[in-house]
Design a protein around this ligand. Structure first.
Ligand SMILES: *[C@@H]1O[C@H](CO)[C@@H](O)[C@H](O)[C@H]1NC(C)=O
Ligand SMILES: *[C@@H]1O[C@H](CO)[C@@H](O)[C@H](O)[C@H]1NC(C)=O
Ligand SMILES: *[C@@H]1O[C@H](CO)[C@@H](O)[C@H](O)[C@H]1NC(C)=O
Ligand SMILES: *[C@@H]1O[C@H](CO)[C@@H](O)[C@H](O)[C@H]1NC(C)=O
Ligand SMILES: *[C@@H]1O[C@H](CO)[C@@H](O)[C@H](O)[C@H]1NC(C)=O
Ligand SMILES: *[C@@H]1O[C@H](CO)[C@@H](O)[C@H](O)[C@H]1NC(C)=O
Ligand SMILES: *[C@@H]1O[C@H](CO)[C@@H](O)[C@H](O)[C@H]1NC(C)=O
Length: 439
């Protein structure tokens, strides 16, 4: 922590000898960006403005991603683009140790005497080399209930990537926005630019309509949602965040920890009954294998094969006790049911609940039908959890469907995750942030 403060001071000194890092007359307490869900890829995308003049850019939201990376090969025009010079403070902050030249005419992504990173597409697990650079980034501030004035970070660090790295991402995006545990992820750079808490919150909407958005807040609450202006930050349940000591990125240096967010699930209950699972799989071992992480790039929760089998067997038998009949597998889903005898509730189809149990039996995240089931057609509902096979790197990956309409706060200073459980209970959703700006 001490070294972090020293570093921020150095950065201010080197990058902003005359003015401040952020060009505003007021200091925002928090920032807000919209998040939509792409109907064809099920990826969550966000939008920020970058460059001079500012252009809105769409990015796939990657909770555990290391930093912002952007396609610089196509349509990158900006008078404020600055490559990071070898051995600069920017390179060390980004842990970009290499030093490279580019044998072509100079342009964004191709400059001599620059340090480079290895931006990765975490959907397709592809990575490639790319120049570290900075440019202007603009986002909206917030008091927690509406967007306020736009604020600007003049030298926001990111990696330049070639166009091919976009393959497999939603149409219209030009990169990925990494919110992970690094010094140059979006939450870290915003927190240091505006001196607010190293805390952020995500609230993903289940809707794929382009006019319906979830939200990411950078900074501490309040996090207020319509229609009754509930501040969701007041009713969170907390569990510790863990660091996986071995990187889970496609390309990394020996000794790098993972930038992803891990939590300790100690048990899984179905309909409040404990599922028998091999507890060795629930901890991260010395090689960084095992444990539980949260991911926005996996559309559905992925369970290691033996955990998948135990959870689904219990789920099927508990469903049967409610006269819900199993049908054949559909698409990626192995466990499907007839919709007959499935009642509707405020929190989705009435099916057995699934609990992820944390530090004690009274601290759990309960997953209801809205977050466990996928309606594949009028007659069939499937369990939206997929089989991760044997020996996966991480035993439990809690994915998009299970995160929707739940607010999750990642507090890096306190190293804890706050979760709201389904907002549908409090008669709101993640799409209920009031995006009407007040300036
Ligand atoms: C980098 O330097 C080399 C050798 O001096 C030169 O050929 C090349 O054009 C330069 N590239 C850029 C992008 O300036
Ligand atoms: C502030 O940013 C939003 C979204 O990034 C944009 O739509 C709006 O035009 C900006 N407002 C001003 C005053 O620049
Ligand atoms: C539990 O999982 C560990 C790690 O995969 C494995 O080594 C062990 O054999 C498993 N135990 C049982 C009883 O299956
Ligand atoms: C299930 O169906 C059986 C036979 O139709 C009926 O007796 C029983 O009450 C039903 N159970 C529930 C939980 O609906
Ligand atoms: C469970 O853990 C929470 C949070 O760590 C703590 O506040 C609570 O007192 C614990 N409950 C029991 C029954 O131990
Ligand atoms: C939690 O519940 C499980 C299953 O009901 C039980 O075996 C275990 O002892 C409980 N743990 C604590 C700490 O109470
Ligand atoms: C959203 O915020 C604006 C600005 O404060 C306000 O005028 C409007 O009534 C709010 N919308 C709702 C549905 O409350």
């Amino acid at each position: 922590m001490a070294s972090y403060i020293v570093f921020s001071t150095l950065l201010l000194f080197f990058f902003n000898p005359s003015s401040t890092f952020a060009q505003q007359s007021f200091r925002p307490k928090a920032l807000v960006v919209p998040v939509s869900k792409d109907a064809s890829t099920l990826q969550y995308t966000t939008r920020i403005s970058q460059r001079t003049p500012l252009v809105p850019i769409n990015l796939v939201l990657d909770l555990g991603g290391q930093y912002l990376w952007v396609d610089c090969e196509q349509n990158y025009v900006s008078s404020t683009y600055r490559p990071a010079r070898c051995h600069s403070a920017q390179c060390s902050l980004a842990k970009a140790t290499g030093c490279g030249d580019c044998f072509s005419s100079p342009k964004p992504g191709c400059n001599n005497n620059t340090c480079g990173l290895t931006p990765g597409n975490t959907v397709t697990h592809t990575a490639t080399g790319g120049e570290l650079a900075s440019d202007v980034v603009s986002v909206q501030s917030t008091t927690g209930s509406n967007p306020g004035p736009n604020v600007t970070v003049s030298q926001f660090l990111f990696a330049c990537a070639p166009t091919f790295l976009l393959q497999g991402l939603a149409a219209g995006v030009s990169g990925m926005a990494g919110l992970g545990r690094t010094r140059i992820s979006l939450p870290s750079q915003f927190a240091s630019a505006f001196s607010f808490d190293r805390t952020f919150a995500i609230c993903l909407s289940s809707s794929t309509r382009t006019d319906i958005n979830g939200v990411v807040f950078f900074g501490d609450g309040p996090y207020v949602f319509l229609p009754r202006n509930v501040d969701v930050s007041q009713s969170l349940i907390y569990t510790r965040l863990y660091i996986n000591p071995v990187s889970t990125a496609s390309a990394f240096s020996q000794g790098d920890p993972s930038s992803e967010y891990f939590i300790q699930v100690n048990a899984i209950n179905v309909n409040e009954k404990p599922v028998a699972i091999n507890t060795t799989l629930l901890s991260i071992d010395g090689e960084g294998v095992g444990g539980t992480k949260i991911s926005t790039v996996n559309p559905y929760t992925v369970l290691e094969a033996s955990i998948f089998k135990a959870v689904t067997e219990m789920f099927i038998s508990e469903a049967k006790a409610r006269n819900i009949t199993q049908t054949g597998a559909t698409g990626p889903f192995e466990v499907c049911f007839s919709t007959e005898n499935v009642l509707s509730t405020r929190v989705g189809p009435s099916v057995p609940s699934i609990d992820f149990v944390f530090q004690n039996n009274s601290t759990f995240w309960r997953v209801f039908g809205a977050n466990s089931m996928v309606q594949v057609n009028d007659n069939v509902l499937c369990l939206g959890i997929v089989n991760g096979g044997e020996n996966p790197r991480t035993s439990i990956v809690i994915g998009g469907l299970q995160l929707e309409d739940n607010l999750l706060q990642f507090d890096l200073a306190k190293s804890r995750l706050g979760f709201s459980s389904s907002l549908l209970f409090t008669q709101t959703t993640c799409a209920n942030f009031n995006f009407t700006s007040i300036n």
